[in-house]
Design a protein around this ligand. Structure first.
Ligand code: CTP
Length: 401
């Protein structure tokens, strides 16, 4: 299946570099030609000799080596491949990739390439969870970097958590999926709601909330990257439309519901919008004026529940309906009750108390609740929550098919 494919493997510094030797063997067994760039850090963990013996080629190490440049310039090296694989991808190399630095051969090759790049991050759990790394990876994923792993487990440094490099067979599967052109959600239709809603009091005033729309927009982008034909129904936000997504912009909850119903049928729906629960019962046609007497009172009426409506849509119900539960206390208990009340399949519960910084912020701590139980996710950037949810949805449809 990989017969004739040319892989440029970038091995950066990390204890997981030894697994890359196994990866080279497996790639070559499947007929791929592998050429390797070994960073200075990488060479601390595996020797150039063992890499050369396994690739059957010379190993490229220095940016300014006259022989390397004479035989094969770094630009050509990066273009002469069908796919670049970075394994292990250290925190440092990911940071260089995100900011476009090119101060050694590995980073220069990655900046100069016009080919797809697949990275297998590997680092200590705290380095992986650091907001700087999370942001770098999110930036790279948005630019189209393919990611495999990291996995969770015991680490060489004695800690436990996410940061372990994916196993060689997982990296191999990701490489094969790349060449098979397999977008796991291609042929599926997805609907995502995002942002706040604005509920008019009169032509100039409205009721709103602090939702930024970041989580919903990131989910729509991730589903589109996984191949789903994605419609995003968004309340008012300052965010740009995610690439490859059909966006309908709305103001109020009633408009959001109508736009969602117009998007049906879909295979899956993710309701991430912070829909206003109530709206003024009667929006004034003119600006309400002060009249020197008591302030006007606002009579509210309940808005339609979009998530519950989609969950009860009979034969138009999406196969998988996912909601969020924004809670400020008793997060799991309230979210479980919400799952039952709204009739959806999964609820992503998050703590939105002011101390959490979630609402309007850049990160989210998710507990995924379904009929089976509760799955706690580590604190992640909203982009990585979106990536992980996308993978989870793809796996669900994969298992279903
Ligand atoms: N939701 C919706 N339509 C509404 C209200 C909420 O689609 N009118 C969806 C949200 O998009 C989210 C889920 O329902 O996926 C839960 O929203 P949340 O604000 O946590 O709960 P509420 O239903 O508003 O309940 P409560 O305010 O009592 O917590």
């Amino acid at each position: 299946m990989l017969e004739g494919k040319r892989i440029l493997l970038v091995i950066s510094g990390g204890i997981a570099a030894y697994k890359s030797l196994e990866l080279i063997r497996r790639l070559r067994e499947r007929g791929a030609a592998v050429r390797a760039v070994l960073s200075r850090g990488g060479a601390e963990f595996v020797t150039p000799l063992s890499v050369a013996a396994l690739t059957g080629d010379k190993v490229y190490q220095e940016l300014f080596s006259l022989t390397d440049e004479a035989e094969m310039g770094h630009i050509q090296l990066s273009r002469d491949a069908d796919l670049l694989v970075v394994a292990p991808a250290s925190a440092d190399l990911l940071a260089k990739m995100a900011t476009g630095r090119a101060d050694d051969l590995a980073s220069t090759v990655l900046l100069a390439t016009d080919k797809a790049v697949l990275a297998a991050p590997a680092m200590n759990v705290r380095m992986w969870l650091h907001p700087a790394t999370q942001q770098n990876v999110a930036t790279l994923a948005e630019r189209g970097l393919h990611l495999v792993g990291p996995g969770e487990g015991d680490m060489a440094c004695g800690e436990y958590g996410p940061g372990r490099m994916a196993e060689p067979q997982e990296i191999l599967a990701a490489i094969e999926a790349f060449f098979a052109g397999a977008a796991p959600l291609s042929g599926r239709r997805a609907l995502v709601t995002s942002g706040p809603t604005h509920e008019a009091i009169d032509p100039v005033r409205y009721i709103a909330n602090r939702s930024s729309g970041r989580q919903g927009h990131a989910i729509a982008g991730a589903l589109a990257r996984l191949g789903a034909e994605t419609t995003l129904v968004s309340g008012p936000t300052a965010l740009a439309d995610p690439p490859g997504v059909a966006v309908t912009r709305v103001e109020s909850a009633e408009e959001m519901l109508a736009a969602c119903q117009a998007a049906l049928p879909v295979d899956l729906a993710v309701c991430a919008a912070a829909v206003a629960d109530w709206r003024p019962a009667k929006a004034g046609g003119q600006k309400t004026k002060k009249n020197g007497k008591a302030p006007p009172s606002l009579k509210l009426t309940e808005n339609p529940d979009i998530l519950a409506t989609l969950s009860e849509a009979g034969n138009r119900r999406p196969q998988l309906v996912i909601g969020f539960a924004a809670e400020t206390e008793k997060v799991i208990a309230h979210a479980k009750a919400k799952l039952a009340r709204k009739g959806c399949d999964w609820i992503l519960a998050n703590d939105v108390s002011p101390a959490s910084g979630t609402f309007g912020g850049a990160e989210n701590s998710i507990h995924l609740i379904d009929a089976e139980g509760v799955e706690d996710w580590p604190r992640l950037s909203k982009e990585l929550v979106a990536e992980r949810l996308g993978q989870r949805i793809a796996a669900w449809f994969g298992g279903e098919a």
